[in-house]
Design a protein around this ligand. Structure first.
Ligand code: PLP
Length: 463
């Protein structure tokens, strides 16, 4: 493998205190595992996985300070000390009046869209909705509209803020339909589009538009610290600001946040809503007792709240963010140098391979990116995930598939879990596989679930 000329990433500001063993199953075993999993990698038992890049969500390694924070968890049912610690930590960074914990991000989405009473014929706008956010809009019969800038659809175009929403499109949409737009959700960084950041200017201007048209404006802020780091690196005027100052400014333009804390919260479970609108806050409080629990714990244990409060402080460490973003980019550069087609610039939380260029011989109807995901597992016991047709394709009124423009294989890098030698193994394995790509076969879907298809779909290889 070629890696001369590629700069090594900045080392992380921590050392390893505890390890977890992993297995590398044989080729024969991997083939059997894939068959038994119905060629859906969500069904592969994790003990059969050597390196797990399925997601960066809930897969972080916690620090010694977080593990000790667990011991301080106050398990009082209501108004526990741990809730107030978390509330203080969130308010310190985000500055919103009200904080509502939830068991994870999608619960925050569920509650918010129900509290806003989204209905058929109404809209929610975004740069790009993530799958669960979209699903939570669509189950209410409303329409989720993606208005990301056109560059986001050009896989190789290198622009600094490829996650930006197209403000002109937003203005045009609001001018025509603003009475029926119930919420704007800006995803930072844009996961569906490759972990691409959104600029401060875009966050601010979208806020101005939303307020002009009186539409609630929320950030889907699962990866807010990574977004803030990119702003510091790439946007004029932010080089001398701290990550916390940048984050605080980002949040100052919004009415609130929906957060999956399983990413930049550096915890294995958790989420929250934070907002300023008192009426909306009270609506959510009342809705959530049915599904999440009392508003001071939202489906979490007191110890989870403590670990999250600590994680939110740690994620602001610029040395950590630098080593994280550079580790991801290092993997991207290695793969790029070996000719593997991928999305540029490299995202904050992972590398996105371009499925359509990886296996151009596989037609869209045979799920090319999912075929590559399975081939990567078979080749090297690395689990990745499809972020493309399997998630986003829709059938039109005549039952004909409408394919999304982007079709990726996401290599999501868990936070503080894998080392540089893991990156070398991943790059070596995928580069080898790419050389033999003509041997990869397409897949036929044998079970098609109606909602969030990718989690439960089943396949068999096309012969
Ligand atoms: C941008 C974004 N929003 C929301 C979610 C949903 O969060 P959760 O998995 O905690 O429900 C995710 C999860 O990957 C995400 O990436």
């Amino acid at each position: 493998m070629i890696f001369e000329g590629i700069e090594f990433p900045t080392p992380p500001p921590y050392k390893i205190k505890m390890i977890e063993y992993t297995n590398l199953p044989s080729l024969e075993e991997r083939r059997q595992v894939l068959r038994e999993a119905g060629y859906n990698v969500f069904n592969i038992p994790s003990e059969k996985i050597y390196i797990d890049l399925l997601t960066d969500s809930g897969t972080s390694a916690m620090s010694d300070l977080q593990w000790s924070a667990l011991m301080r968890g106050d398990e009082a049912y209501a108004s526990a000390k741990s809730f107030f610690h978390l509330k203080d930590a969130i308010q310190e960074i985000m500055g919103f009046n009200y904080v509502i914990p939830t068991h994870q991000g999608r619960a925050a989405e569920y509650l918010m869209f129900r509290a806003l009473d989204l209905k058929p014929n109404e809209y929610a706008l975004s740069n790009q909705f993530f799958d669960t956010t979209r699903a939570n809009v669509e189950v209410l019969g409303a329409t989720a509209v993606d208005l990301v800038n056109e560059d986001a659809y050009d896989v190789t175009k290198e622009v600094p803020f490829k996650g930006n929403i197209d403000l002109q499109k937003v203005e045009a949409f609001l001018s025509e339909h603003h009475e029926r737009v119930k919420i704007i959700v800006l995803t930072i960084t844009n996961n569906s589009g490759g972990g691409q950041p959104v600029s401060m200017e875009n966050i601010r201007k979208l806020g101005e538009l939303a307020h002009e048209f009186k539409v609630p404006y929320f950030l889907d802020a699962a990866r807010f610290a990574e977004n803030a780091y990119f702003i510091k690196m790439r946007e004029n005027g932010y080089q001398d600001k701290t990550i916390k100052e940048i984050a605080r400014e980002m949040f100052s333009y919004a009415d609130g946040v929906l957060v999956s804390a399983k990413k930049d919260g550096l915890v294995n479970i958790g989420g929250f809503i934070a907002l300023n609108d008192k009426d909306l806050y009270w609506k959510i409080r009342q809705l959530m007792v049915v599904t999440e629990g009392f508003p001071t714990y939202g489906g979490l244990a007191g110890r989870d709240l403590e670990a999250l409060a600590q994680g939110l402080k740690e994620v602001l460490d610029e040395r950590y963010l630098q080593s994280r973003v550079e580790q991801v980019a290092f993997l991207g550069k290695l793969l790029d140098k070996n000719g593997v087609p991928l999305l540029k610039p490299f995202g904050g939380h992972g590398i996105y391979l371009d499925g359509l260029r990886f296996v151009p011989h596989i037609p869209r109807e045979q799920w090319p990116s999912q075929a590559v995901v399975c081939a990567i597992y078979e080749h090297s016991a690395i689990r990745t995930v499809e972020i493309g047709s399997l998630i986003f394709a829709k059938k039109d009124a005549n039952g004909v598939w409408q394919w999304p423009k982007l079709d990726f294989i996401r290599l999501a890098i868990p936070r503080r879990v894998y080392t540089l030698d893991h990156m070398l193994y991943i790059a070596q394995s995928i580069s080898d596989l790419y050389k033999q790509r003509e041997n990869i076969k397409g897949l036929r879907m044998t079970f098609e679930p109606p909602v969030l298809r990718h989690f439960n779909a089943l396949f068999e290889p096309v012969t």
